[in-house]
Design a protein around this ligand. Sequence first.
Ligand SMILES: O=C[C@H](O)[C@H](O)[C@H](O)COP(=O)(O)O
Length: 232
Amino acid sequence: MNPKQAAAERAVEYIQDGMIVGLGTGSTAAYAISALSARILSEGLEITCIPTSRATAESARAMNIPLSDWDTVRKLDLTIDGADEVDPQFRLIKGGGGALLREKIVASATEHQIIVVDDHKLKAALGVFPLPVAVVPFGWQATRDRLEYLLSAPVTPRKTPNGDIFISDDSLYVLDVHFGGPLPDPDALTARIKTITGVVETGLFVGLCHRVIVGHPDGATSEASLGYTAAL
Ligand SMILES: O=C[C@H](O)[C@H](O)[C@H](O)COP(=O)(O)O
């Protein structure tokens, strides 16, 4: 079995009747959405979900997964999402698909955040994958220049495969910061970046992951948890 699929299917086992569940974005999270849909069908699982992107909402609807909105939900019991890099302290780089802002809002409101990855995503230190930063489109060129100056690293605007500038679900641009090596002081980095006017959010997630489930090439999974003590 595909390692991403194996990790995602293991994560879906943590979902219980009555939960409010966050649905992540990306290819790994997509496997979780399919597995969840299968459980709803086979077990009559009663849950409601908050999607982290329009694409995820569309997939969930197509698979008859009940969705909710923020009018009725303030806290989520469990969220399953992917990541681009994970370090030993469970810090993450996310946003390879541009969904970092909604993903961080959902993660911040989630009691038990499960990150599902294949073993290539495990890193001793974050920073080879470019760090996405969501910015307001107005004056983005000036925001990019200030980011480059602050961080001493090249910053490029995210483009679509056909070369247009990428626009997020919240009508923001995404600037990728190419550190090309370990992030400088990851715990303080988002606060530093947010001193720049025009920056909305970064794809650096600190203190927002409680469990990591890793899929391996042979289809086995391994997992570890941090700071989450509820009986499972
Ligand atoms: O914006 C996208 C998300 O942060 C994804 O969860 C992340 O990029 C991982 O995606 P994938 O599972 O496709 O590697």
